[in-house]
Design a binder for this molecule. Structure first.
Ligand code: AHG
Ligand code: MN
Ligand code: MN
Length: 340
């Protein structure tokens, strides 16, 4: 009798046929990410015990330097990817430039990984859900070290993307272009187990997520859309509820499950938006589209935006397809992009 638990490893092997060209390499790469996620999860769960472990930057009881969780997570993902041998370079939020992996075991590596190792940093020490976001491309050049065109690819060229959410439970959600599947970590066996097969984002919802502290500087289209969400209209079950966690992964995950829209538009402080295209917006846009949702910068599909630099930022409208479409209609009407 088939055991009712499917682990991430079993699932990846069962779905090996999803990517015929990859003879196991992508499977091994996803396995490497799962390993790093478990290690980071263990550390995240201790973050609240800072008085036992000591403040970051001090030495803990084992005489090890206590690192900021962003730095620790970054080191864990880069070392797991280096040891796995399938990744030739990593573009990380925590590193200014591309991190080349030149180890002997990685000399034939075919993949580039873009990663936000710790998303929602401002929530780390207040015990609110945080996450990791990853995006995987096949390299385009094959002479020596990876080059710009290997990691500045269009989001629609991603071969896989996913996130880990370290919340009331720890989940790994990913896609390879054949739908979205969610795995919940069972600490008793140390395995991610399939808990949310074939995830679908409701086409509409009653939640909107935006940091209204920036309201004054929002584009008029966003201001008008917020007013639409807040208007009283029983027929369309408005006003909607406002939910904003401040960790993109957690806000996205809730809207993916329940339906809703997350908007981080251009603001006075971040005229191009705050969120980064390569390792936040592209991977989450791939996932939300695979789950039937939608993602744009208010005008253009995120996955069609040509990246020009590693840490490039973009406005982000993401979530239930009908809600994103309506927000785009408000942007077209009240904040049209000049055609020039
Ligand atoms: P990171 O911690 O990786 O820098 O990401 C933080 C991002 C994102 O997680 C969240 O949606 C957004 O910052 C919140 O920004 P505000 O605090 O400006 O609302
Ligand atoms: Mn982030
Ligand atoms: Mn981060």
């Amino acid at each position: 009798m088939k055991s009712q638990v499917t682990t991430l490893g079993q699932f990846i092997i069962e779905r090996q046929t999803d990517f015929p060209y990859a003879k196991g390499e992508l499977s091994r790469l996803l396995r490497d990410i799962g390993i790093a996620a478990k290690i980071v999860n263990r550390e995240v769960n201790k973050a609240g015990l800072v008085d036992i472990l000591g403040e970051f930057g001090t030495m803990n009881v084992q005489g090890e330097e206590v690192k900021k969780l962003d730095v620790y997570a970054n080191e864990q993902f880069i070392s797991a990817l280096s040891a796995g041998g399938e990744t030739c370079a990593v573009a990380s939020e925590e590193n200014e430039g591309l991190v080349h992996i030149d180890s002997e075991v990685s000399k034939n590596a075919k993949y580039i990984v873009c990663v936000d190792p710790l998303d929602g940093s401002s929530n780390i020490d207040v015990n609110v859900s945080i996450g990791t976001i990853f995006s995987i491309y096949r390299r385009m050049t094959f002479n020596g070290q990876a080059e710009e065109k290997d990691y500045l690819q269009l989001g629609k060229e991603q071969v896989a993307a996913g996130y880990i959410i370290y919340g009331s439970s720890t989940m790994l959600v990913y896609t390879t272009g054949k739908g979205v599947n969610g795995f919940t970590l069972d600490p008793s066996i140390g395995e991610f187990c399939l808990s949310h097969p074939d995830m679908k984002c409701p086409t509409s919802g009653k939640l909107y997520s935006i940091n209204e502290g920036n309201y004054v500087h929002f584009p008029d289209g966003v201001k008008q859309y917020i007013k639409y969400c807040q208007a009283i209209d029983p027929e369309t079950e408005r006003p909607y509820s406002s939910r904003y966690i401040g960790s993109l992964v957690a806000d996205l995950h809730r809207n993916l499950l329940k339906g809703g829209i997350f908007i981080y538009p251009s603001t006075h402080k971040s005229p191009k938006g705050k969120l980064r295209l390569l390792y936040e917006c592209n991977p989450l846009s791939f996932i939300i589209e695979q789950a039937g949702g939608k993602a744009s910068d208010g005008f253009r599909r995120i996955l069609d935006i040509q990246p020009n630099s590693l840490h490039q930022r973009t406005p982000l409208f993401i979530g239930s397809a009908d809600m994103v479409t309506m927000a785009e209609e408000f942007m077209a009407k009240y904040s049209p992009v000049d055609a020039s």
